[in-house]
Design a protein around this ligand. Structure first.
Ligand SMILES: [Zn+2]
Length: 389
Protein backbone atom coordinates (compact mmCIF):
# COMPACT_ATOMS: atom_id res chain seq x y z
CA UNK A 1 0.00 0.00 0.00
CA UNK A 2 1.28 3.39 -0.94
CA UNK A 3 1.90 5.67 1.99
CA UNK A 4 -0.10 8.86 1.90
CA UNK A 5 1.92 12.00 1.81
CA UNK A 6 0.95 13.90 4.91
CA UNK A 7 3.55 16.56 4.92
CA UNK A 8 6.10 17.60 2.41
CA UNK A 9 9.45 18.13 4.02
CA UNK A 10 11.82 20.35 2.17
CA UNK A 11 15.08 18.47 2.17
CA UNK A 12 18.17 19.58 0.38
CA UNK A 13 19.07 17.06 -2.30
CA UNK A 14 22.78 17.58 -1.86
CA UNK A 15 22.83 15.64 1.38
CA UNK A 16 24.48 12.29 1.16
CA UNK A 17 23.62 11.08 4.59
CA UNK A 18 20.27 12.38 5.62
CA UNK A 19 18.49 15.30 7.01
CA UNK A 20 19.88 18.02 9.15
CA UNK A 21 18.77 17.98 12.75
CA UNK A 22 20.26 19.65 15.80
CA UNK A 23 22.68 17.20 17.37
CA UNK A 24 22.03 16.08 20.91
CA UNK A 25 24.77 15.55 23.45
CA UNK A 26 24.75 11.85 24.23
CA UNK A 27 26.85 8.75 23.82
CA UNK A 28 28.83 9.73 20.71
CA UNK A 29 28.61 6.23 19.30
CA UNK A 30 24.82 6.43 19.32
CA UNK A 31 24.26 9.82 17.80
CA UNK A 32 24.04 8.70 14.22
CA UNK A 33 20.54 7.34 14.44
CA UNK A 34 17.64 8.66 16.39
CA UNK A 35 13.92 8.53 16.41
CA UNK A 36 11.94 11.01 14.41
CA UNK A 37 8.54 11.45 12.81
CA UNK A 38 9.19 11.23 9.09
CA UNK A 39 6.79 10.37 6.35
CA UNK A 40 8.38 8.60 3.46
CA UNK A 41 7.23 8.76 -0.13
CA UNK A 42 8.47 5.29 -0.99
CA UNK A 43 6.50 3.23 -3.46
CA UNK A 44 5.59 -0.45 -2.86
CA UNK A 45 8.47 -1.47 -5.11
CA UNK A 46 10.95 0.53 -3.04
CA UNK A 47 9.51 -0.79 0.22
CA UNK A 48 9.79 -4.35 -1.07
CA UNK A 49 13.49 -3.81 -1.76
CA UNK A 50 13.93 -2.09 1.59
CA UNK A 51 12.45 -5.14 3.31
CA UNK A 52 15.07 -7.34 1.63
CA UNK A 53 17.77 -5.07 3.08
CA UNK A 54 16.13 -5.21 6.51
CA UNK A 55 15.96 -9.00 6.34
CA UNK A 56 19.66 -9.14 5.49
CA UNK A 57 20.43 -7.02 8.55
CA UNK A 58 18.21 -9.17 10.75
CA UNK A 59 18.52 -8.21 14.39
CA UNK A 60 22.26 -7.62 14.35
CA UNK A 61 22.73 -4.10 15.75
CA UNK A 62 25.85 -3.41 13.67
CA UNK A 63 24.23 -4.63 10.44
CA UNK A 64 21.11 -2.62 11.26
CA UNK A 65 23.19 0.52 11.64
CA UNK A 66 24.68 -0.09 8.20
CA UNK A 67 21.30 -0.87 6.68
CA UNK A 68 19.64 2.21 8.17
CA UNK A 69 22.40 4.52 7.01
CA UNK A 70 23.17 3.04 3.60
CA UNK A 71 19.51 2.65 2.67
CA UNK A 72 18.56 6.00 4.22
CA UNK A 73 15.92 3.93 5.98
CA UNK A 74 14.46 6.80 7.93
CA UNK A 75 10.95 5.58 8.49
CA UNK A 76 8.60 6.59 11.27
CA UNK A 77 11.06 5.15 13.78
CA UNK A 78 14.44 6.39 12.71
CA UNK A 79 16.05 9.37 11.17
CA UNK A 80 19.73 9.94 10.60
CA UNK A 81 21.75 12.59 12.32
CA UNK A 82 25.45 13.30 12.30
CA UNK A 83 28.17 13.98 14.80
CA UNK A 84 28.19 16.94 17.22
CA UNK A 85 27.60 20.15 15.33
CA UNK A 86 26.68 18.31 12.14
CA UNK A 87 25.02 20.74 9.75
CA UNK A 88 23.63 18.26 7.28
CA UNK A 89 26.69 17.82 5.12
CA UNK A 90 30.14 16.45 5.77
CA UNK A 91 31.52 18.61 3.02
CA UNK A 92 31.05 21.86 4.90
CA UNK A 93 34.38 23.40 5.76
CA UNK A 94 35.31 23.93 9.42
CA UNK A 95 34.15 25.44 11.64
CA UNK A 96 30.68 24.72 10.17
CA UNK A 97 31.43 21.15 11.05
CA UNK A 98 34.65 19.59 12.24
CA UNK A 99 35.72 16.01 12.68
CA UNK A 100 36.60 14.92 16.22
CA UNK A 101 38.98 12.17 17.35
CA UNK A 102 37.72 8.77 18.39
CA UNK A 103 39.37 7.04 21.34
CA UNK A 104 42.45 5.29 19.91
CA UNK A 105 42.17 1.53 20.22
CA UNK A 106 44.19 -1.57 19.47
CA UNK A 107 41.62 -3.50 17.44
CA UNK A 108 43.62 -6.57 16.35
CA UNK A 109 47.07 -7.89 17.31
CA UNK A 110 48.61 -5.86 14.49
CA UNK A 111 45.98 -3.15 13.88
CA UNK A 112 45.28 0.12 15.67
CA UNK A 113 42.51 2.66 15.21
CA UNK A 114 43.85 6.22 15.37
CA UNK A 115 41.20 8.06 13.33
CA UNK A 116 38.15 10.17 13.94
CA UNK A 117 34.51 9.49 14.63
CA UNK A 118 33.40 10.18 11.09
CA UNK A 119 36.39 9.22 8.91
CA UNK A 120 38.50 6.12 9.51
CA UNK A 121 42.21 6.14 10.31
CA UNK A 122 43.87 2.76 10.81
CA UNK A 123 47.43 1.59 11.30
CA UNK A 124 48.54 -1.89 10.31
CA UNK A 125 51.82 -2.96 11.92
CA UNK A 126 53.61 -5.11 9.33
CA UNK A 127 56.74 -5.75 11.37
CA UNK A 128 58.61 -3.52 8.92
CA UNK A 129 56.72 -0.27 9.40
CA UNK A 130 53.09 0.75 9.30
CA UNK A 131 50.51 0.93 6.57
CA UNK A 132 48.01 3.69 7.32
CA UNK A 133 44.54 3.12 5.91
CA UNK A 134 42.94 6.54 5.38
CA UNK A 135 44.29 9.73 6.84
CA UNK A 136 41.46 12.08 7.86
CA UNK A 137 40.92 15.69 6.78
CA UNK A 138 43.88 18.01 6.41
CA UNK A 139 43.45 19.40 9.94
CA UNK A 140 43.09 15.81 11.19
CA UNK A 141 46.84 15.23 11.16
CA UNK A 142 47.49 17.64 14.02
CA UNK A 143 44.15 17.20 15.76
CA UNK A 144 43.43 13.48 15.39
CA UNK A 145 46.06 11.18 13.88
CA UNK A 146 49.25 12.34 15.62
CA UNK A 147 47.70 12.73 19.11
CA UNK A 148 46.00 9.33 18.83
CA UNK A 149 49.22 7.67 17.68
CA UNK A 150 51.09 9.25 20.56
CA UNK A 151 48.53 7.94 23.05
CA UNK A 152 49.17 4.38 21.82
CA UNK A 153 52.94 4.89 21.58
CA UNK A 154 53.00 4.52 17.78
CA UNK A 155 55.84 6.23 15.90
CA UNK A 156 54.62 8.34 12.94
CA UNK A 157 58.03 7.96 11.26
CA UNK A 158 57.16 4.30 10.72
CA UNK A 159 54.23 5.07 8.38
CA UNK A 160 55.58 3.71 5.07
CA UNK A 161 52.35 3.77 3.07
CA UNK A 162 49.04 5.58 3.23
CA UNK A 163 46.24 3.73 1.45
CA UNK A 164 43.26 5.87 0.54
CA UNK A 165 39.78 4.42 0.18
CA UNK A 166 38.38 7.59 -1.38
CA UNK A 167 39.21 11.27 -1.58
CA UNK A 168 41.81 13.09 -3.63
CA UNK A 169 45.11 14.68 -2.56
CA UNK A 170 45.37 18.39 -1.85
CA UNK A 171 42.96 21.21 -2.65
CA UNK A 172 41.67 20.84 0.91
CA UNK A 173 38.73 18.72 -0.10
CA UNK A 174 39.45 15.07 0.66
CA UNK A 175 38.01 13.45 3.76
CA UNK A 176 40.49 10.54 3.76
CA UNK A 177 43.62 12.00 2.15
CA UNK A 178 44.31 14.92 4.53
CA UNK A 179 47.41 13.27 6.01
CA UNK A 180 49.09 12.63 2.67
CA UNK A 181 51.02 15.89 2.42
CA UNK A 182 52.37 15.79 5.99
CA UNK A 183 53.45 12.14 6.01
CA UNK A 184 54.90 12.28 2.49
CA UNK A 185 56.89 15.45 3.14
CA UNK A 186 58.00 14.50 6.65
CA UNK A 187 58.65 10.77 6.38
CA UNK A 188 58.67 9.99 2.64
CA UNK A 189 55.47 7.96 3.05
CA UNK A 190 54.22 6.52 -0.25
CA UNK A 191 50.58 6.96 -1.24
CA UNK A 192 48.14 4.45 -2.75
CA UNK A 193 44.94 5.73 -4.36
CA UNK A 194 42.61 5.03 -7.28
CA UNK A 195 43.24 6.45 -10.76
CA UNK A 196 40.21 8.79 -10.81
CA UNK A 197 41.15 10.17 -7.36
CA UNK A 198 44.73 10.71 -8.53
CA UNK A 199 43.41 12.48 -11.64
CA UNK A 200 41.46 14.87 -9.38
CA UNK A 201 44.40 15.43 -7.03
CA UNK A 202 46.76 18.38 -6.87
CA UNK A 203 49.56 16.52 -8.65
CA UNK A 204 52.07 19.30 -8.04
CA UNK A 205 51.90 18.63 -4.29
CA UNK A 206 53.67 15.27 -4.34
CA UNK A 207 56.49 13.48 -6.15
CA UNK A 208 54.82 11.19 -8.69
CA UNK A 209 57.27 8.40 -7.82
CA UNK A 210 55.67 8.32 -4.38
CA UNK A 211 52.20 7.59 -5.78
CA UNK A 212 50.89 4.11 -6.53
CA UNK A 213 47.74 3.74 -8.64
CA UNK A 214 46.96 0.00 -8.58
CA UNK A 215 45.12 -2.16 -11.07
CA UNK A 216 42.42 -4.59 -9.95
CA UNK A 217 43.82 -7.44 -7.90
CA UNK A 218 47.26 -5.84 -7.58
CA UNK A 219 49.00 -6.60 -4.30
CA UNK A 220 51.35 -4.57 -2.14
CA UNK A 221 53.63 -6.16 0.44
CA UNK A 222 55.27 -4.54 3.44
CA UNK A 223 56.84 -6.70 6.15
CA UNK A 224 54.59 -9.69 6.78
CA UNK A 225 51.50 -8.05 5.25
CA UNK A 226 50.30 -8.38 1.64
CA UNK A 227 47.31 -6.21 0.79
CA UNK A 228 45.10 -6.90 -2.25
CA UNK A 229 43.52 -3.87 -3.94
CA UNK A 230 40.41 -3.54 -6.12
CA UNK A 231 39.10 -0.45 -7.90
CA UNK A 232 35.49 0.17 -6.92
CA UNK A 233 34.37 3.54 -8.31
CA UNK A 234 31.29 5.13 -6.75
CA UNK A 235 30.10 7.30 -9.61
CA UNK A 236 30.68 8.22 -13.25
CA UNK A 237 34.33 9.31 -13.31
CA UNK A 238 34.53 8.77 -9.55
CA UNK A 239 37.17 6.87 -7.64
CA UNK A 240 37.36 4.45 -4.80
CA UNK A 241 39.79 1.71 -3.85
CA UNK A 242 38.91 -1.32 -1.76
CA UNK A 243 41.30 -3.50 0.23
CA UNK A 244 41.80 -6.98 1.60
CA UNK A 245 44.17 -6.83 4.55
CA UNK A 246 45.47 -9.86 6.50
CA UNK A 247 45.30 -9.34 10.27
CA UNK A 248 45.98 -11.40 13.38
CA UNK A 249 43.65 -11.94 16.33
CA UNK A 250 45.19 -13.78 19.26
CA UNK A 251 47.90 -14.96 16.88
CA UNK A 252 45.49 -16.38 14.31
CA UNK A 253 45.34 -15.16 10.74
CA UNK A 254 42.16 -13.49 9.49
CA UNK A 255 41.25 -11.39 6.46
CA UNK A 256 39.76 -7.92 6.75
CA UNK A 257 37.86 -6.43 3.81
CA UNK A 258 37.19 -2.72 3.65
CA UNK A 259 35.18 -1.13 0.88
CA UNK A 260 36.41 1.98 -0.87
CA UNK A 261 33.17 3.91 -0.83
CA UNK A 262 30.28 4.54 1.46
CA UNK A 263 27.86 7.23 0.31
CA UNK A 264 25.52 6.50 -2.59
CA UNK A 265 24.83 9.62 -4.59
CA UNK A 266 22.52 10.83 -7.35
CA UNK A 267 21.89 10.70 -10.25
CA UNK A 268 20.90 7.23 -11.44
CA UNK A 269 23.99 6.90 -13.65
CA UNK A 270 26.19 7.22 -10.55
CA UNK A 271 24.28 4.57 -8.66
CA UNK A 272 24.61 2.27 -11.68
CA UNK A 273 28.41 2.62 -11.40
CA UNK A 274 28.18 1.94 -7.66
CA UNK A 275 26.17 -1.25 -8.30
CA UNK A 276 28.61 -2.40 -10.99
CA UNK A 277 31.51 -1.91 -8.55
CA UNK A 278 29.70 -3.98 -5.94
CA UNK A 279 29.22 -6.73 -8.50
CA UNK A 280 32.95 -6.78 -9.23
CA UNK A 281 33.71 -6.67 -5.52
CA UNK A 282 31.66 -9.82 -4.94
CA UNK A 283 33.86 -11.79 -7.32
CA UNK A 284 36.84 -10.89 -5.13
CA UNK A 285 34.90 -11.54 -1.93
CA UNK A 286 33.91 -15.03 -3.05
CA UNK A 287 37.46 -15.76 -4.06
CA UNK A 288 39.30 -14.44 -1.00
CA UNK A 289 36.55 -15.02 1.62
CA UNK A 290 37.29 -12.39 4.25
CA UNK A 291 35.89 -12.94 7.74
CA UNK A 292 36.05 -9.28 8.81
CA UNK A 293 34.29 -6.35 7.09
CA UNK A 294 34.82 -2.78 8.25
CA UNK A 295 33.52 0.48 6.80
CA UNK A 296 35.88 3.32 5.91
CA UNK A 297 33.51 5.50 7.97
CA UNK A 298 33.38 4.06 11.50
CA UNK A 299 29.88 5.29 12.35
CA UNK A 300 28.39 3.36 9.42
CA UNK A 301 28.87 -0.13 10.86
CA UNK A 302 29.02 0.33 14.61
CA UNK A 303 32.81 0.32 14.60
CA UNK A 304 32.86 2.98 17.33
CA UNK A 305 30.66 0.76 19.52
CA UNK A 306 32.78 -2.27 18.79
CA UNK A 307 35.96 -0.44 19.72
CA UNK A 308 34.34 0.73 22.95
CA UNK A 309 33.52 -2.90 23.72
CA UNK A 310 37.11 -3.96 23.04
CA UNK A 311 38.41 -1.28 25.39
CA UNK A 312 35.90 -2.22 28.05
CA UNK A 313 36.81 -5.89 27.82
CA UNK A 314 40.51 -5.10 27.95
CA UNK A 315 39.94 -2.90 30.99
CA UNK A 316 38.11 -5.74 32.72
CA UNK A 317 41.09 -7.98 32.11
CA UNK A 318 43.38 -5.30 33.49
CA UNK A 319 45.11 -5.19 30.14
CA UNK A 320 44.44 -1.64 28.99
CA UNK A 321 44.69 -0.84 25.31
CA UNK A 322 46.04 -4.26 24.48
CA UNK A 323 43.98 -6.81 22.62
CA UNK A 324 45.66 -9.98 23.80
CA UNK A 325 42.71 -11.94 25.06
CA UNK A 326 44.55 -13.18 28.13
CA UNK A 327 43.09 -13.12 31.57
CA UNK A 328 39.70 -11.72 32.36
CA UNK A 329 37.73 -12.42 29.19
CA UNK A 330 35.07 -14.27 31.12
CA UNK A 331 32.07 -12.32 29.85
CA UNK A 332 30.38 -13.81 26.82
CA UNK A 333 30.67 -10.57 24.86
CA UNK A 334 34.39 -10.45 25.51
CA UNK A 335 35.09 -13.96 24.25
CA UNK A 336 35.26 -12.92 20.64
CA UNK A 337 36.60 -9.83 18.93
CA UNK A 338 33.43 -7.96 17.87
CA UNK A 339 34.90 -7.23 14.45
CA UNK A 340 35.34 -10.94 13.71
CA UNK A 341 32.00 -11.69 12.03
CA UNK A 342 32.97 -14.74 9.98
CA UNK A 343 32.87 -15.34 6.24
CA UNK A 344 29.08 -15.48 6.10
CA UNK A 345 28.82 -12.32 8.17
CA UNK A 346 31.30 -10.42 6.04
CA UNK A 347 29.49 -11.43 2.87
CA UNK A 348 26.17 -10.43 4.38
CA UNK A 349 27.56 -7.01 5.33
CA UNK A 350 28.40 -6.35 1.67
CA UNK A 351 25.06 -7.76 0.54
CA UNK A 352 23.45 -5.07 2.71
CA UNK A 353 25.66 -2.43 1.08
CA UNK A 354 24.69 -3.74 -2.35
CA UNK A 355 20.99 -4.06 -1.58
CA UNK A 356 20.89 -0.55 -0.13
CA UNK A 357 22.47 0.82 -3.30
CA UNK A 358 19.68 -0.94 -5.16
CA UNK A 359 17.06 0.57 -2.84
CA UNK A 360 18.48 3.99 -3.55
CA UNK A 361 18.49 3.22 -7.26
CA UNK A 362 14.84 2.17 -7.18
CA UNK A 363 13.92 5.18 -5.07
CA UNK A 364 15.48 7.58 -7.50
CA UNK A 365 14.05 5.73 -10.50
CA UNK A 366 10.62 6.28 -8.94
CA UNK A 367 11.28 10.01 -8.76
CA UNK A 368 11.94 10.04 -5.01
CA UNK A 369 14.87 11.83 -3.37
CA UNK A 370 17.65 9.71 -1.83
CA UNK A 371 16.24 10.39 1.62
CA UNK A 372 12.81 9.16 0.58
CA UNK A 373 11.32 12.37 1.94
CA UNK A 374 10.85 14.47 -1.19
CA UNK A 375 9.83 14.12 -4.81
CA UNK A 376 12.45 14.96 -7.43
CA UNK A 377 9.91 15.95 -10.03
CA UNK A 378 6.88 17.17 -8.11
CA UNK A 379 3.63 15.49 -7.08
CA UNK A 380 0.68 14.17 -9.02
CA UNK A 381 -2.95 14.90 -8.07
CA UNK A 382 -2.98 11.94 -5.68
CA UNK A 383 0.05 13.21 -3.83
CA UNK A 384 2.44 10.64 -5.29
CA UNK A 385 5.83 11.44 -6.78
CA UNK A 386 5.89 12.02 -10.51
CA UNK A 387 8.42 9.75 -12.25
CA UNK A 388 11.67 11.14 -13.61
CA UNK A 389 11.29 12.79 -17.04
ZN1 LIG B 1 34.57 9.39 3.07
Amino acid sequence: MKRKVLNFLAVSLCLSWGISMPAVAQDPAKIWLRQGPNKLMDTPVVMEQMDIARDLAGDDPYFLTTQRLQCNDIDDTYTIVGPPGFNGSFTGAPPAWKEVPAVPTQVFDNVYYVGGMEVGGWLIDTGDGYIMLDSSYDYGVEEILLPNMEKLGLDPAQVKYIMITHGSIGRGGGDHAGGVKYFNETYGTKIVLSGPEWAKSDQTSIDHDDVIVPTDGQTLTLGDTTVTMVNTPRSVGGGGLSYFIPVKIKGKQHLWATYGNTGINSPLANIEVYLASMEKWFTYLDNLEPDIAISSHPFVDGSLDRMALIRECNDRSGNKNKWKGHGGWQNQECQRNPFLIGKEGARRYFEIMDQCAYVRYMREAAGISNTGLACLNGLDADGNCLPLP
